[in-house]
Ligand binder design. Structure first.
Ligand SMILES: Nc1nc(=O)c2c([nH]1)NC[C@@H]1CN(c3ccc(C(=O)N[C@@H](CCC(=O)O)C(=O)O)cc3)C=[N+]21
Length: 288
């Protein structure tokens, strides 16, 4: 039997509806949420993502600014700009698009973002809060995956979730969020000798590696839910995930397509974080 292909479009449009209404309520009180995206250099893919983020903001009523800085911008100049946004009350979210040029230390830059405006959830304070289960910013891609599972009616508690990949942006925080939902979590990666033995045990399999067609039918347990976070653009230019979609969909019970699910959900969670940050800022203003 063929798997349910999870309809990202429907999920995204219903979540954006909620965000739009929360943004409108804040705007009506004079607290329109605002996001700034900073991009350094000319990375072509980044230019596309940044345009998409600005469009998504418009779509839900978030004020947005895009700052395009030249490739030769210094780390000090970038940090000075971040400090300016930290103290700009119109701006609730600051996103510094990665990758940055090689002469800039990305970690040092992220450290300078006010954690309350860190809508990527990359700042060590937010990463720490995530680890200890405190309320607060959640990283966009893993948070999007949790929303996909919950809104598709997939039970997480007590299930074996296997995460393939251990990046700071997806794999590690994904494992943490699944643990918070009471899954039994395994993380496998490039040094795992028997990856297939472990992925085959997964009730929920989340793949975030960046290798087209890494996961094939023999890696997947019949009936598993498969979430593909990969975004690869092979020579033919067609975007594909990390999962061999055609083969795996014959075995899984549900599967996300690439494009059309995790990517748009990531952007939607960025909007969610920005509106939540604006809500917190508005509350803090009232109480002082
Ligand atoms: N500080 C920072 N935060 C990020 O969140 C961040 C970043 N830097 N740098 C680049 C990556 C990439 N990223 C994407 C998000 C959505 C889609 C997306 O919506 N993709 C569409 C397809 C787009 C297409 O066709 O090219 C989809 O999957 O359906 C893609 C890529 C966020 N990133």
């Amino acid at each position: 039997m063929s798997a349910q292909v999870i309809n990202g479009k429907e999920l995204v449009s219903s979540i954006r509806e909620e965000i739009r209404s929360d943004a409108a309520a804040l705007t009506a009180q004079g607290n329109q949420p605002g996001l700034v995206v900073v991009i350094v250099g000319e990375d072509a893919a980044s230019q596309v993502y940044v345009r998409n983020k600005a469009k998504a903001c418009d779509d839900v009523g978030i004020y947005s600014e895009v700052h395009r800085l030249p490739e030769n911008t210094t780390q000090q100049e970038l940090i000075a700009l971040i400090h300016k946004f930290n103290s700009d009350s119109r701006i609730n979210g600051i996103l510094v698009q990665s990758p940055l040029p090689k002469h800039i230390n990305e970690e040092a830059v992220v450290d300078e973002i006010d954690p309350l405006k860190d809508v990527d959830c990359f700042h060590p304070v937010n990463v720490g809060n995530l680890m200890i289960g405190k309320d607060g910013m959640k990283p966009c891609t893993p948070h999007g995956v949790i929303e996909i599972l919950k809104r598709t009616g997939v039970e997480i508690a007590g299930k074996h979730a296997v995460v393939v990949g251990r990046s700071n942006i997806v794999g590690k925080p994904m494992a943490m969020l699944l643990l918070r939902e009471h899954a039994t979590v395994s993380v496998v990666h490039s040094r795992t000798p028997n990856m297939e033995e472990i992925t085959k045990q997964a009730d929920i399999l989340v793949v975030a590696v960046g290798k087209a067609h890494l996961i094939k039918a023999h890696h997947v347990k019949p009936g598993a839910v498969v979430i593909d976070v990969g975004m690869n653009r092979p020579a033919d230019g067609k975007l594909t995930g990390d999962v061999d979609f055609e083969a795996v969909k014959e075995i899984a019970s549900a599967i996300t397509p690439v494009p059309g699910c995790v990517g748009p959900m990531t952007i939607t969670m960025l909007l969610r974080n920005t509106v939540d940050a604006a809500g917190l800022a508005a509350k803090a203003n009232v109480s002082v």
